[in-house]
Structure formats: C-alpha cells, structure tokens
Design a protein around this ligand. Structure first.
Ligand code: NAP
Length: 314
C-alpha cells in the first residue's frame, strides 16, 4: 500500500478526492449516489465539489452540492462525520445564465453569503475544506483572507484553501499575515505537461514554480483533471489540444510493470512521487471510484516514479 493518508492542515484526508462536478446535472442522482456509496465503502471519503457545479452543463450551480447534501441526509450523521467535504466559493455566476466573466467573487460579503448557501445545500453545519475557487483581483487579498478566516472562527469551515493561483499570488496570500492561511492548493495537474501556450480556459496549472511555493509553506497540493477526461485509456477521447503524446511510452511501460491501466498509473504516480499531488478524480460510475482507489493504493517504487518524472519533462 502507498501512504494511505495525506494531511491538509490538521485534517487527515484520503489519497484521492472524488470529483463530483457533474453530479445532479449530466450524472443523474442515482448514479451519483452509487458513486458516493462506493467511495464511502472503499475508504475514499474525501469529496470535492463547488457552488457553481455545473452551471455550464444545464444547471445553475446548486446541483452537485444539493446531490451530496441529499446523500448525506439519507446516510445519516455518522457518515457525514466520516467524510471530508471540500467545496469552493467565488466562481458562481452573479446572474442566472451568466458566465465566468461576472461571478459572485470573493468579497467579504460575497463569501459570507456563498458559504451560507453551500452549508444549506450540503445539509451540514460545517465545510471541512473551504476553497477560494479563483483569484478575484477585484477584491483586496486582505478582505478575502479575513472573510475566509471568519468562516473558520465561526466554525463554518475547518480549513481554508485556494485554487487557480499563480505562484506570485499564492506567495502573496501565504505571506499576508497571522490569520489562518491556505493549507492546500488545487490546480490543474496530470502526468502530461501542457504546452506553455495551451488554451486551458480558466484552469491554472500546477507548475514546478507553484509547487515550490507550496513546499516552502507546507501547503498540500491537489491536482484536478488528472485523467484528462479518460484520454489516457479511451481511444474515442483524444488528448485535449495543447497536450502531446511524447511521454506516453514511459507511462505505458510502468503501467505494464504495475499491472494498472495508463490512467490509473497517472494517479498512482501522483501520490507516490517525491512531490506528491492528491488527485481530484472525476467520476460518473462506481467503477470509476473503485478503479481510482485501486490506483492510489498501489505502490510505485522510486525508480518507476523517477522514470515518469523524467519522461514528462522530455
Ligand atoms: N478547482 C477547479 O477549478 C477545478 C476545475 C475542474 C475540475 N475540478 C475538480 O476536479 C474533478 C475532476 O475533474 P475532471 O472531470 O476534469 O477530470 P478527470 O478526472 O480528468 O476526468 C474525469 C472523467 O474521466 C472519465 N473516467 C473516470 N474514471 C475513468 C476510468 N477508470 N476509465 C476511463 N475513464 C474514466 C469519466 O468520464 P465519463 O463520466 O464521461 O465517463 C470522468 O467523468 C471535478 O469533478 C472537480 O471536482 C476542479
């Protein structure tokens, strides 16, 4: 077994987070609940959602949190206590049918209101990890950090975290003061490295530079979209533009050695490498949960992780 638990601040977390982005929109409630049951059964008791999932997929942004909240209600308080629940605020469109150009953002008032909404939808009295989903440069960093710290002080959040920051902005936030600071950072990350000019929309990549800032400040790294939507194993899903297949030979060699498929090997590599990154794995079927869990609990030796580390940088 690889390391079974990672920590985020004082919280122990599973070596993967279950990505629930499409729960309640393209993933029907019964399928989402089957995934959540499978995650609980396997021990993958770490859920990742946001207050805007998935407004671009026929929803308004309530759907993923609502689906999790109804599952928690159905399963009861003992199950709630066994789960680590992370949600994100800031990137919810300010008006229905709006987009990411005009979001509720991260002012003090907006954070307070959004957290109330998330707690209500999740049917819980606290969020384990509360993320600032974006970098809202319209608001002074001090105001955002103060509002997030208030949520911790009031018991609404256990830990705060950030997502989609550049190295400079992360450093600025971490050096801002004595309040509870960010304990984790969630960025886009997988084995293949996107071209520097790849158009990834609002997604911000976990670069070596960002990673170094995290390491210096003991911030846990999480990586979203680790499977590139299944492109490593599903021929009908080509790699997204901006990703080249150059380093795939090494991945397939190691996959054969450890008897995992290529996508699973990416997940195993993420948690086993010297600079670990907890994968946030999107799922729509219980088999996806079980496959990811098998991957993150498979050990890779130092030679295998080094080979993959070296190959991805060409
Ligand atoms: N912080 C942020 O800004 C941010 C941004 C994006 C995502 N996220 C988080 O990261 C999570 C994952 O993101 P993602 O959906 O882009 O990433 P992903 O993990 O790269 O892709 C997930 C998709 O891959 C397919 N898949 C899963 N397991 C598979 C398996 N064993 N074999 C083959 N295909 C498999 C499924 O597609 P099908 O369902 O189509 O079968 C699944 O929906 C989200 O749910 C969300 O929680 C955060």
């Amino acid at each position: 077994m690889s390391k079974n638990n990672f920590s985020i601040g004082r919280l122990d977390v599973a070596p993967m987070a279950v990505g629930t982005m499409y729960f309640g929109t393209t993933v029907a409630q019964q399928d989402a609940w089957a995934c959540l049951d499978a995650a609980h059964d396997a021990g993958a008791r770490f859920l990742d959602t946001a207050n805007n999932y998935a407004f671009w997929a026929g929803g308004v942004g309530d759907e993923s949190e609502d689906t999790i909240g109804r599952w928690l209600h159905r399963r009861g308080s003992s199950v709630r206590d066994e789960m680590v629940i992370a949600t994100k605020v800031g990137a919810r469109p300010a008006v229905p049918d709006g987009g990411l150009d005009d979001v509720l953002g991260l002012s003090g008032r907006a954070i307070a209101e959004q957290v109330e909404g998330s707690l209500r939808r999740l049917q819980t009295d606290h969020i384990d990890i509360l993320y600032a989903h974006i970098d809202d440069r319209r608001v002074p960093l001090d105001e955002t950090l103060g509002a997030l710290a208030d949520c911790v002080r009031k018991g609404q959040a256990r830990t705060i975290a950030a997502s989609n920051l550049t190295a400079d902005r992360l450093r600025q936030a971490l050096e801002a003061g004595p309040r509870p600071g960010y304990q984790a950072l969630q960025q886009r990350f997988t084995y293949l490295v996107p071209a520097p000019d790849a158009d990834l929309g609002p997604h911000v990549v976990l670069t070596d530079e960002v990673r170094a800032v995290c390491e210096a400040h003991h911030v846990t790294c999480l990586g979203y979209s680790p499977l590139l939507s299944g492109s490593y194993t599903r021929p009908e899903r080509p790699l997204p533009s901006g990703y080249a297949p150059d380093a795939l030979d090494a991945l397939h060699d190691v996959a054969t050695q450890v008897n995992l498929d290529a996508g699973q090997t990416v997940l195993a590599w993420m948690v086993n490498r010297a600079a670990p990154v907890i994968p946030v794995v999107g799922v729509s079927r219980p088999e996806h949960v079980r496959s990811a869990w098998a991957a993150v609990t498979t050990p890779l030796d130092a030679e295998q992780t080094r080979r993959l580390d070296d190959a991805r940088h060409g």
